[in-house]
Design a protein around this ligand. Structure first.
Ligand code: ZN
Length: 166
């Protein structure tokens, strides 16, 4: 609501609070947080926030957001180096898919279609995987539900953790 009314600084405050309230919901806040920082005059604050979150609890959404930020601000080789180092510490399928995509776009040999093929396959794998799951009844799917459609509990559906999730 703050964002829609142009209160970008207030939106940033509210969205950053999510990482303290329940960090497992934090990935959902990142796209709007990035936009809020953009509108309020700079992405440096966004980078600093991602850095803090990364220190506290590394997650794929944070790592990918940071990679995209590096790509825009420092170029592809820094972005690829960062993502590679993060994947060694925190390996996930989505992170791997991102790395292959970056290598394919910026460091791939165009005559070599192996990266293209691998990326296609990791994309397909991700398409088959649910993104959110209910901690109470096990319901899972691609969409976020604040109320679980199966057991009707509020706040029990969260981004999936682990290698196939965050
Ligand atoms: Zn449920």
């Amino acid at each position: 609501m703050e964002f829609d009314e142009g209160g970008y600084k207030e939106a940033i405050k509210v969205l950053q609070r999510i990482s303290v309230q329940d960090i497992s919901f934090m990935p959902l806040s990142l796209p709007l947080l990035e936009k809020s920082f953009e509108h309020s005059g700079g992405l440096r604050g966004f980078g600093a926030y991602l850095g803090r979150c990364l220190n506290e609890r590394p997650g794929t959404a944070i790592i990918i957001a940071m990679t995209h930020l590096l790509l825009r601000q420092s170029g592809e080789s820094q972005a690829v180096d960062f993502l590679t180092a993060q994947l060694e510490r925190h390996p996930t399928l989505r992170g791997l898919n991102e790395l292959i995509d970056l290598r394919r776009q910026f460091q791939g040999d165009l005559s070599d279609n192996v990266l293209e093929l691998i990326h296609h396959l990791t994309d397909r794998l991700l398409e088959l995987k649910p993104v959110f799951a209910c901690g109470r009844c096990g319901f899972s799917g691609k969409e976020m539900h604040w109320q679980c459609p199966r057991c009707h509990h509020w706040g029990a559906v969260k981004p999936i953790q682990g290698f196939e999730g965050e």
